[in-house]
Design a protein around this ligand. Structure first.
Ligand code: PLP
Length: 267
């Protein structure tokens, strides 16, 4: 699948590399790979002292094009920078050894959101930002130190499917967790956890109608006339991602689907 879809995997163990090499050759093509170097995350990757030998071996495999080399930081969002500096030094030592052998791949990368925002020395050729694309800072420390103010790179909009007045004392939707305390307009948006909208945001979410914020969402029914679930208007910004992070410490992952079904976001 990696080869058929022309994906670029990260690699650090021989079995996958051998399989990729064999399969690419059998299909008369080549596959680009990025070598994952473990400099102290201890989650995956080739340990940094073995990275140069591993990369030398990779160059001997037909059908493999070593496009990149990278590492990943464990603590870039924390106030104590000692471990991230240690990781960076280890990574740089690998890079300088590769340069001496004329083996440095064209794309070098290391920075996650926190490092991209606060550690310019780690930017190399590209950065791998995740969290910050949602407009969410990795930590309050990073928010304080960041030279830029984040805006979400995406918006989430929904059409109003039902608008009605409700009477005082009526409960709304599952569990009746929201009880109308005065005559109120109730609006329903077709958005729920199947779409990636966290259940933890019941009665806590917000939506924007024009510039006006509407809150008190009840389970999956929203209150208010028409909505942007994740938008920026002037200075006003709301984000189901930031709210979900506050409530659950989880963000939706984006699941890509074949055929014509739309992408779904899931928690
Ligand atoms: C290898 C790798 N690179 C980059 C990122 C992005 O990190 P962040 O969301 O902190 O920007 C992640 C997040 O899990 C990751 O695992």
């Amino acid at each position: 699948m990696i080869i058929d879809y022309q994906l670029t995997p990260s690699v650090y163990e021989p079995t996958l590399c051998n399989t990729l090499s064999r399969t690419a050759q059998a299909k008369g093509t080549s596959v680009k790979v990025h070598l994952d170097v473990d400099t102290g995350m201890n989650r995956g990757g080739i340990w940094y002292t073995e990275a140069v030998d591993f990369l030398k071996w990779l160059t001997s495999l037909d059908g493999i094009e070593i496009e990149g080399v990278f590492t990943h930081f464990a603590t870039a969002d924390q106030p104590d920078k000692s471990h991230v500096h240690l990781q960076l030094e280890r990574f740089k030592s690998v890079l300088s050894n590769l340069s001496e052998l004329n083996l440095r791949p064209p794309i070098v990368h290391a920075a996650n959101s926190a490092a991209a925002l606060t550690l310019s020395d780690s930017h190399f050729d590209t950065v791998r930002v995740g969290l910050s694309l949602y407009g969410v800072y990795p930590s309050s420390e990073v928010r304080r130190a960041s030279p830029v103010s984040l805006r979400p790179a995406l918006s989430w909009k929904a059409r109003l499917i039902c608008l009605r007045q409700s009477m005082q004392g009526e409960g709304v939707s599952y569990g009746r967790t929201y009880i109308v305390d005065k005559p109120t307009w109730l609006a329903t948006l077709p958005v729920g956890y199947a779409d990636g909208y966290s259940r933890a945001l019941s009665n806590r979410g917000e939506a924007l109608i024009g510039r006006q914020s509407v809150n008190r969402s009840e389970r999956f029914a929203w209150m208010g006339p028409s909505f942007g679930l994740h938008r920026r208007k002037g200075n006003r910004q709301i984000s189901p991602y930031a709210s979900a992070m506050r409530e659950t410490w989880r963000l939706p992952s984006i699941r890509l689907q074949k055929r014509r079904e739309p992408s779904r976001m899931r928690f």
